[in-house]
Design a protein around this ligand. Sequence first.
Ligand code: SAM
Length: 258
Amino acid sequence: MGSTMDETRRSDHADVSTGNAANIRAWSTVSQEELDAFGDEGDFARQHLLTPALLDFLGPVAGRAVLDAGAGNGYLSRKLARMGAAVTALEPSDGPYEYITTREADEPLGITCIKQDLSTLRGFESRFDTVVANMVLLDIADYQPAIANCLAALKLDGRFIFSLEHPFTDVADRTALPIKLHDYFSERQLPRAHGYNFHRTLQTYVDAVADCGGLVVRIKEPRLARGIAQRHPERAWSGSVPAFILIKAMKPDSASVT
Ligand SMILES: C[S@@+](CC[C@H](N)C(=O)[O-])C[C@H]1O[C@@H](n2cnc3c(N)ncnc32)[C@H](O)[C@@H]1O
């Protein structure tokens, strides 16, 4: 998928919602070393939990138009492009965006890059077979327009796949079992290395998808394989309690879903 004039213009002027500005600023300062270290496979969680679950949900991607919404350093965009997908990588933050575009210039994979806040995305309606938001919605204050835009960007019958820290266990210290339960129902900000995450209930996300006409078809709670947990005792907890949840929704061919 090649860039259009409109997309190139967007690249220079990220239209950022007021609510989202602080986190986008925080992510803009992520260091070159961190982006490099993430490379083409991502961190431990992506390698052993998130990416296998995402690929399973995605199925065959060759020839499919995929939006990687909140692409970070673009590891997933590059992986899907190498598998034959026509990938658009959306990323609003300076450091990650520059990393994606530099990598694409150095080793072109046909990835279209757009510098854009997901909550203010316009002009991509009905363009994609699949929209993926890997660990992104929990970074977005204005999550409802972001979800609406993901669904709007899908063709009819397209799939919207997103992952979150599992809201049952998204507490600061998850390394010691048993994990202390926290106040699940109180939605709040949790400080993180880059800005903060928003703790929201599962109902909040599922309702937001439904409110935009999406239909949740499956969830996944990836579990660390026993062999990997034995080799990485510091992560063994994620063989017992869910670190992440992935939600797969579809844009039904009918608006009659309630
Ligand atoms: C935890 S990182 C995940 C990156 C990537 N999807 C991955 O799995 O490696 C969250 C990403 O969301 C991006 N982000 C933050 N606010 C956003 C927004 N309003 N719209 C789109 N992306 C946003 C950040 O810049 C960051 O790259």
